[in-house]
Design a protein around this ligand. Structure first.
Ligand SMILES: Cc1ncc(COP(=O)(O)O)c(C=O)c1O
Length: 355
């Protein structure tokens, strides 16, 4: 193999495209945003600073999706990423945050940059192990739940989410519920974890295919959470992009059919890649939501490097997600490209032992 690429993080691959590259890397939908979103682009609108908390109309519209809420329960942020960052930075340094592992690769850095301490509970067969969870949650300030999950594609059972909701309420522990894939569930409706101790994080990146617009939000019934987050945002990013917020508001007026149609496309891709990888001999959890699959893979670093350098196929190392001996593939690309990518993976498997 040519010179070994010293892969350090997904940053080695993010944004790499063209030149025959097939990318199973980045989790950005390739599907178009709803056409309604573009009606929000108005560069003659008032472009002075906006409200730190976010445009009132957008927050009011979001409130319809969260029963019993008002615009006051929301803060509009630069993607879900900023919402997570602000939440953790608003807490006292040194407190513990429970992270189910495998996790979205940004969780440990976001927690640590805020001076908090990640504590891990390992998934069993891709699902939260409530015994281990219940043992570890007692000492924590919060738990970060991500269902459907990046990178496992798993959706936690409603009973599990309800038990977590009740246990944390009793203990006075926050649940930060990252629901950016809430509209991409193939098997059932999303269960929205609720309560005064819950902070929901969401985004326009995935449901509306608008990653680059950078609009997300957090919801909390606790006024203090909203105030503390806004205080930090005042001194950091200030308001979220106003034109982006207009686009987000307009995107929400798209018929529900937009989301349903997408779910059909994702399901077809999920079925195609799952079957393809199983036919190649990979052992994996069948994704139930989001658009990722995390098969077991021996010699993962060597294989990911080979795939990129010799076959122009991008995959991510499982170790970035706390899952060594696995690789993560995003199937945010069309079936023809998935087929081509799987063909190249088949060729590469002749050179490195992966199963
Ligand atoms: C689980 C999870 N949370 C948050 C994010 C960040 O989303 P946003 O683009 O809204 O910042 C991602 C992006 O891939 C994600 O997978």
């Amino acid at each position: 193999m040519s010179e070994i690429l010293k892969l350090k993080s997904p940053a080695d691959f993010i944004g790499k495209q063209g030149n025959g590259v097939i990318s199973f890397g980045s989790g950005q939908p390739d599907l178009p945003p709803p056409k309604e979103a573009f009606q929000g682009i108005n560069l003659t609108r008032d472009l002075r600073y906006g409200l730190i908390q976010g445009e009132t109309k957008l927050r009011e519209t979001l409130a319809h999706e969260y029963p019993g809420s008002t615009a006051d329960n929301f803060v509009i942020t630069n993607g879900a990423s900023e919402a997570l960052d602000l939440i953790f930075r608003s807490w006292k340094q040194g407190e513990k945050v429970l992270l189910p592992r495998p996790y979205y690769y940004s969780y440990p850095p976001i927690v640590e940059l805020a001076g908090l301490v990640p504590v891990y509970t390992d998934l069993v067969d891709g699902r939260i192990d409530l015994r281990d969870f219940n043992r570890k949650i007692k000492d924590c300030r919060a738990v970060l739940i991500n269902s459907p999950s990046n990178p496992t594609g798993r959706v936690e059972a409603i009973e599990t989410l309800k038990e977590i909701e009740a246990t944390t309420q009793k203990l006075g522990v926050y649940v930060v519920s990252d629901e950016v894939y809430k509209d991409l569930i193939y098997e059932r409706e999303n269960y929205h974890i609720q309560g005064n101790h819950v902070i929901t994080v969401n985004s326009f990146s995935k449901t509306y295919c608008m990653c680059g617009i950078r609009v997300g939000y957090l919801w909390s019934a606790d006024k203090k959470v909203v105030e503390d987050v806004c205080e930090i945002k005042t001194h950091t990013s200030m308001n979220t992009n106003l034109v982006g917020q207009d686009m987000a508001l307009c995107a929400m007026s798209a018929p529900k059919e937009y989301i349903r149609k997408q779910q059909g496309i994702w399901r077809e891709r999920r079925d195609f890649i799952t079957k393809g990888l199983i036919d190649l001999g990979f052992d994996l959890w069948k994704p139930e939501g989001a658009f990722y699959v995390l098969p077991k893979c021996k010699n993962a670093r060597e294989f990911v490097t080979l795939l990129y350098q010799e076959y122009k196929v991008i995959t991510y190392l499982g170790e970035w997600f706390g899952a060594p001996d696995r690789i993560r593939l995003s199937y945010a690309l069309d079936v023809k490209q998935i087929e081509e990518g799987l063909g190249r993976i088949r060729q590469a498997m002749k050179k490195v032992r992966v199963i």
